[in-house]
Write a protein that binds this ligand. Structure first.
Ligand SMILES: NC(=O)c1ccc[n+]([C@@H]2O[C@H](COP(=O)([O-])OP(=O)(O)OC[C@H]3O[C@@H](n4cnc5c(N)ncnc54)[C@H](O)[C@@H]3O)[C@@H](O)[C@H]2O)c1
Length: 463
């Protein structure tokens, strides 16, 4: 077989192996020229992340900063972590390697536009040449924003996702950012995304650009040992949903519009054969280790495995995107009235991110399964269901039941009703989901406002 034909043949084989259902056929395209004036994309781009993994590896960060020639380093973290081993290990390494640094420890757990702006103002005053984020997604995202906006010219909404912001592409290189994740987790160390609660709309949104991706993620599993049980559970649910949503997302070749310039190809492109590998593997690790990691804080094997799973899922969803669970989670996290998150040392009302995402998962996958039943069944099987006799028409119900059992075993609150929402809140929750089209448009199944209402209503009670 001639070279090009062989590549075409191999790609087709790869795509067929990934999934046979219509939504995920990843129809092979011969290129823009052949497609001429395409409405949907014909290509995807895999951005890889630099990750260093190992027990105790954060002791190397001081040397990394020396190797970068850093003169003035900004270390970002939150108040709880300031007293804990992850931050101590990083600061010790900086001192040992004579790195000059300043610490900003006022990161808000689940950041807002105002808390981002405080961090940006700190970064502007410091004239830093390298950033180091030590924490969960809240810290890493805040640090990404500080790095992006410490440049004097930018207006805050310039790079925020449209339609809330202007969604301008970032065209300049940012300062190096080293991310040391302490949850397992958001995968923020692998992504070009920074999420915050936009207070005027009471809904989360974000900034998405490959330029934001950390230069290096230092993944040190020892840092997960101090995670309280609920932080391990909720951040683990984020991994679960990253894997499930990216694996079932609309295929890249069905996403519109087709960019006329590669700079406009979004970071979240839709499912694709390379992301599939990462997402499916992450789901397997979650299935094997998550319950152990939540229940036993000293189970280093389980906690380490979940830390790596967050990286796998991060690379998967960072390129493929997420869809309805995440899109609907943003107003759930943004409209919290009084709910106090179990096991979190924060003073403000909070529905932690991973919890806000997973509470709608049974309803969402029940809804989306019709478009790609094979993937939904495969996910249910990975999570422990016996799917041998299950018909495609029942794929959604089976995955939803499997998820409900998983959540019940991990003592998750009984639906949105248990975190302070009722039927009267549904219009506001729907309204807050509508601007999240960057992710909701990656749902494999098209949806109306009525569909979203029904999904919120079904999620009020889980068990
Ligand atoms: N950028 C992305 O790609 C991305 C992806 C998913 C979520 N997010 C965002 O990340 C945020 C959530 O991040 P998260 O789930 O990692 O949690 P988090 O950063 O909000 O931290 C939650 C709590 O756990 C504590 N904590 C963190 N690590 C700890 C440790 N090792 N020991 C003890 N306590 C620890 C923190 O101090 C905090 O009180 C949300 O704002 C979410 O929207 C971003």
């Amino acid at each position: 077989m001639a070279g090009r034909d062989r590549i075409v043949h191999l790609l087709r084989q790869l795509e067929r192996a990934a999934c046979r259902c219509p939504a995920h056929s990843h129809t092979f395209h011969q290129g823009a020229a052949a497609g001429g004036g395409r409405k949907t994309d014909y290509a995807f781009e895999m951005a890889s992340s630099n990750i260093r993994y190992g027990s105790g590896v954060s002791a190397e960060v001081g040397m990394d900063l020396q190797n970068l020639g850093a003169q003035n380093v900004c270390v970002m973290t939150d108040r709880t972590l300031t007293r804990l081993p992850p931050v101590q290990a990083v600061l010790e390494s900086l001192v040992k390697n004579r790195v000059h640094f300043q610490v900003f420890n006022d990161v808000r757990v689940e950041p807002t536009d105002s808390s981002f702006k405080e961090a940006i103002s700190f970064a502007k005053k410091g004239s830093f040449d390298v950033f180091v984020a030590v924490g969960g997604g809240s810290v890493i995202d805040t640090c990404k924003a500080a790095n992006l906006y410490c440049h004097p010219d930018a207006d805050f909404l310039d790079f925020v996702n449209a339609p809330i912001g202007k969604g301008r592409p970032v065209t300049r290189a940012l300062k190096p950012l080293i991310a040391v994740p302490t949850t397992a987790g958001t995968g923020s160390e692998t992504t070009g995304v920074a999420i915050f609660d936009y207070e005027p709309l009471k809904a989360k949104t974000g900034i998405a650009s490959r330029a934001l991706r950390p230069t290096l993620g230092i993944v040190d599993p020892l840092h997960t040992l101090s995670m309280p049980e609920r932080v391990a559970a909720n951040s683990g649910f984020d991994v679960l949903c990253h894997a499930l949503e990216s694996y079932t997302a609309l295929p890249y070749s069905q996403r519109a519009p087709c960019p006329t310039n590669p700079i406009n190809r979004p970071a979240y492109q839709g499912s694709n054969p390379i992301s599939d590998v990462w997402s499916r593997h992450a789901l397997r690790v979650v299935s094997k280790y998550m319950k152990r990691a939540v229940r036993d804080p000293e189970d280093l094997e389980a906690r380490s495995s979940m830390h790596l799973a967050s990286v796998f899922a991060g690379i998967g969803f960072g390129n493929a995107g997420v869809h309805l669970c995440h899109g609907m989670s943003y107003p759930i996290a943004g409209n919290v009235k009084t709910h106090a998150a179990r096991g979190y040392s924060v003073e403000h009302p909070l529905v932690p991110h991973g919890l806000s995402v997973v509470l709608t998962a049974p309803a969402v996958f029940s809804f989306t399964a019709a478009m790609c039943p094979e993937r939904h069944l495969e996910a249910a099987e990975i999570l422990g269901a016996d799917v041998r006799q299950v018909k495609h028409a029942d794929a959604g119900a089976v995955l939803a039941d499997t998820l409900r059992r998983f959540l019940f075993d991990l003592q998750v609150e009984d639906g949105l009703g248990a975190v302070g929402y009722d039927k009267d809140d549904i219009p506001a929750l729907v309204k807050g989901t509508l601007p999240q089209e960057r992710v909701t448009k990656l749902s494999p199944r098209a949806h109306t406002e009525e569909d979203l209402s029904r999904l919120f209503e079904t999620s009020m009670k889980l068990y």
